[in-house]
Design a protein around this ligand. Sequence first.
Ligand SMILES: Nc1nc2c(c(=O)[nH]1)N[C@H]1C(S)=C(S)[C@@H](COP(=O)(O)O)O[C@H]1N2
Ligand SMILES: [Mo]
Length: 512
Amino acid sequence: MRSRIAYALFGVLATLVGVAAGHVVAALLNPASSPVLAVGSQVIDLTPTPLKEWAIRQFGSSDKQVLIGSVMAGVLLLAAVAGLLARRRFVYGAALQVVLVGVAAFTALNRPTTEAVDVVPSIATVIAGVGSLWLLDRSARASAGDGESVESWSGDHSTGPSRRGVIITAGVLAVAAAAMGGAGRLIGNARSKLQDIAFPRPADPAPAFPNGIQGDFSGITPFRTANSDFYRVDTRLDVPVVDIDTWSLKIEGMVDQELEFSFDDLLGMPLIERDITMTCVSNTVGGPYVGSARWIGVPLAALLEKAGVQDGVDQILATDVDGMTIGTPYALATDGRDAIVALGMNGEALPREHGYPVRMVIPGLYGFISACKWMTSIKLTTYADDEAYWTERGWTPEAPIKISSRIDTPKVLQEIPAGDTFIGGVAWAQQNGGVAKVQVQVDGGGWQDAQLGPSAGNDYWRQWYYPWTAESGTHTISSRVIDGNGQTQSDVRAEPFPSGSSGIQSLIIKVA
Ligand SMILES: Nc1nc2c(c(=O)[nH]1)N[C@H]1C(S)=C(S)[C@@H](COP(=O)(O)O)O[C@H]1N2
Ligand SMILES: [Mo]
């Protein structure tokens, strides 16, 4: 039982036990301090922007799982090496494990908002990991008789009690790792239960929400995006667990009076309700990172007025519970548009993925310069003094949402039967007079006007459909939006970096 393969597996198993122990302890203290998550978050922050873009494009919303998977794969490879070293001498293997966890602990302690307790999961990882490796090594040596020559895993035909000892030890450790992993998940889920929030009637409610046309034109995106279907884009691997009772929002920086609000303070202020479409700068033309919801919250202007904004401010820097920052041009946020410090989404508390307990929502600006989730501070400042997370990484500081139309149905390369059908989708032109027209082009012919669904205001997308008699063959279909100011969606192709994609979506479909 002292073969190389056996020891490589011992290293992997011992490390899994360590990681699971660290994870369960972190779930109890601070989920983000889990060593694997800490390393993963660090990797995200250090990843160059083009690679990050590529990952979002390749893996979409599962980019995070891919990243955690890659970090774990790297860790397990080194874990196998630690096992092999332990086969030589136990202390060598243990030393490599300690170094590995040391790196993770160092990383966890150097994240923007760490506390001393964040080292505890790393300590748990080391104790469980080294302890497991020691147990495995001890039982393997016992099975071989210490100092005896190394047997190969398959060549060892002894079925004596000592070999069974190794298998039992390994089995118990595997079960322990699985149990701790499961416990970590259960604790995480239990901690993440949100308390129900009853919103008072808004002082300034949104008009009645029209029915969309999704019922009559199947395949078109629903007029309102359900919270559970809303796209998610952020730098977090896990989702922060915020205690609403100790959470607060500060208004600080270049103000006459710094202020601090509890959740109840905000809930007690006159609330506004608005229908707003939100988009990510990383969305490609025709892509999925766009969603529309009814938001309820306090107007940003009301908070700024209470604090008194001083002369010279040109940036609003919002900070989240983790120290991540989002910078918004002050002039745009205060030009009269409905910038909201949002407490609720579609009649419920914000889901944790979407910023519980409070986030910013500003119509017409991409999320990365406007929509700070898990927000704890709004600082009035200047671009000269403060640089936000994405701006440090080369993205444009001032990025209005480019007007765009998306075809939802038919899907690319879909085969549909010949005859009467329709082409349909959604289009948005926030802060640009809304969607005035959507046009469709088939096989490079003339642009034809589509029919629009109902309007929920200029900050909200419109559904559209274009009745079409499809003839058999292969067809190329395109759509574009024209906004209320008479501007037509640009056909100039641009990648998302650094200020948002442009161009016109064009799909090839087959008609049978
Ligand atoms: N704290 C925090 N807020 C954030 C981000 C983030 O990484 N961290 N990402 C922003 C980006 S890039 C977008 S597009 C929107 C997405 O919001 P959603 O995930 O609720 O759709 O949140 C913004 N707010
Ligand atoms: Mo974004």
